[in-house]
Design a binder for this molecule. Sequence first.
Ligand code: IDP
Ligand code: MG
Length: 166
Amino acid sequence: MAAAGLLSSPIYAGRWVRRRLSPVNSANIEKTLILVKPDGVARGLTGEVIGRIERKGYAIVAVRMLHADREILLKHYAEHEGKPFLEPLIEFMSSGPIVAIVAQGNRVIEGFRKLAGVTDPTLAEPGTIRGDLARDQGTKVIQNIVHGSDSVESATREIGIFFPEL
Ligand code: IDP
Ligand code: MG
């Protein structure tokens, strides 16, 4: 009763709403680059991925569907140069259309990686995109529905590759 009384007071409710909606530390507002990979697009999971990002509360600030070529993918996956899965990865990522998304929010880089789950879909926790929607298919490259930037530096670099106009 007392709590309801407090919340129904316009001044208190206004403060409560502001506290809940505004980030405590606005310095942590980030952008991240998310890709729905060819397996996700082919299976009609683009809406599911975007829905999960939105339901978590992050803002979608840009979306683009494209068929990525080798050149753009070599740039995007530069950190994996020399690894045995790079060639199969490039082949897989260029096998069909992908959807590139920029999401924004407080600590969105870490937050989206939590939503995605770990790289190996067999080990990804149920409740995550990879844990719920992907499985080991015995392919040379792990097909796991989504990519998400792993640091502020990667996010800036990757957004520049897929959205040079931003
Ligand atoms: P991440 O996507 O979880 O950040 P990364 O290590 O950056 O994982 O690898 C990029 C992508 O390369 C993965 O999402 C997956 O598709 C593929 N990949 C990573 N490690 C392996 C591996 O050991 N074997 C096959 N494919 C892999
Ligand atoms: Mg990565």
